[in-house]
Design a protein around this ligand. Structure first.
Ligand SMILES: Cc1cc2nc3c(=O)[nH]c(=O)nc-3n(C[C@H](O)[C@H](O)[C@H](O)COP(=O)(O)OP(=O)(O)OC[C@H]3O[C@@H](n4cnc5c(N)ncnc54)[C@H](O)[C@@H]3O)c2cc1C
Length: 313
């Protein structure tokens, strides 16, 4: 919806169109033993033929707090209970649990979901993507495949991530692969000359695939999903975030029904360029700009803002 309430179709940017095939929902993936993907090149290096495989994100939930929805609801219940939750027998009735989760989460009382921790195995993402992922500092723990200790000259294939809009165009793909192949050759040459992988890795591109084990609590995840399932997020981390969300919704549907971009959870898009988003018209959300509280020209009127009067100075 536009601000005037009219449904308006906004133009879709080229990169949004190109990456429109990034999955948003679907069945839980089962992880095969090798990397699924497409062989995009074969490099003759170190006396052998080394396939280069274009891979894509894969996520598996490795562990989760047992009965996550119940634990969160119980934590919320304790806040309003004169006695102790220890005196209760059995789980909370479903209706009570749904009501408690709805009330606390939608009002921002998010400490109740910090008790729930989820651990993900992640593969098939680029170093460019993992760099964005690890910017999430609060409530997240990471372990990532080391480029210091893993010697990639010993692997049977090279995994890279190729943006979909490059992967589907032969001319663009050739241009993309040229420096990738050069960097792999350079890496092999350096390592076989006795340079340690920790130094040889400086030649490797952002496209190089990486693997992580990531844990996060539900509160941190809600924040992550809000930012990273938004259409404004970069396509690869958005793809990853959607896979992670799909996993946690299986085990904690009560908590994660509140997860997603604000166009879905609040019916409002706050993004500066949100009017260009294809999801805006689809979701029926309203695009809004944040109000400016103060400008240098106007100054801050403390009487109108109510701060002095309210505090009775
Ligand atoms: C669309 C998009 C574009 C982006 N573009 C860029 C970019 O161009 N360049 C770039 O560098 N990054 C960029 N980022 C990354 C972004 O700035 C954040 O680093 C990232 O999203 C992690 O968010 P966060 O800090 O809220 O998360 P967390 O680190 O998990 O923090 C969670 C919350 O804790 C609080 N918090 C955490 N640390 C502090 C602190 N030190 N002081 C006070 N409060 C704190 C904040 O409320 C914060 O929101 C982008 C992110 C998105 C989603």
């Amino acid at each position: 919806m536009s601000q005037s309430g009219q449904k308006v179709k906004y133009p879709v940017s080229e990169s949004q169109k190109e990456n429109a095939n990034v999955p948003q929902t679907g069945k839980t993936p089962t992880l095969p033993s090798g990397p699924p993907g497409r062989v995009v090149a074969v490099i003759a290096v170190g006396g052998r033929s080394l396939p280069v495989i274009a891979v894509h994100p894969q996520v598996k939930l490795l562990a989760a707090t047992l009965n996550a929805d119940d634990i969160a609801a119980l934590a919320a219940r304790q806040c309003y209970l004169p006695g102790s939750v220890l005196d209760r027998e059995g789980p909370l009735p479903e209706k009570t649990r749904t009501r408690l989760l709805g009330r606390t989460i939608s009002s921002g009382h998010h400490s109740v979901i910090e008790h729930n921790v989820f651990t993900f195995g992640i593969r098939g993402i680029s170093r460019a993507c993992s760099h964005q992922l690890v910017r999430h500092r609060i409530g997240f723990s990471y372990d990532q495949q080391s480029q210091r200790f893993v010697d990639f000259t010993r692997t049977e294939f090279i995994e890279i991530v190729v943006p979909p809009n490059i992967l589907r165009r032969a001319d663009m793909l050739a241009a993309f692969l040229q420096p990738v192949e050069a960097s792999v050759r350079s890496y092999f040459a350096l390592v076989s000359a006795g340079i340690a992988p920790e130094d040889a890795r400086f030649t490797l591109p952002n496209a190089f695939e990486t693997k992580l084990v990531v844990s996060a609590n539900a509160r941190a995840l809600l924040h992550f999903f809000e930012l990273r399932t938004c259409q404004r997020a970069q396509w690869e981390i958005r793809w990853l975030a959607n896979l992670m969300l799909r996993e946690v919704r299986r085990v904690a549907p009560g908590i994660f029904r509140f997860a997603g971009p604000t166009c879905v959870t609040e019916g409002i898009c706050w993004e500066r360029d949100g009017r260009d988003c294809p999801r805006l018209s689809r979701s029926g959300a309203e695009w809004r700009q944040r109000r400016v509280a103060w400008t240098a020209e106007e100054g801050l009127d403390v009487r109108e803002s109510g701060t002095r009067a309210d505090h009775g100075s």
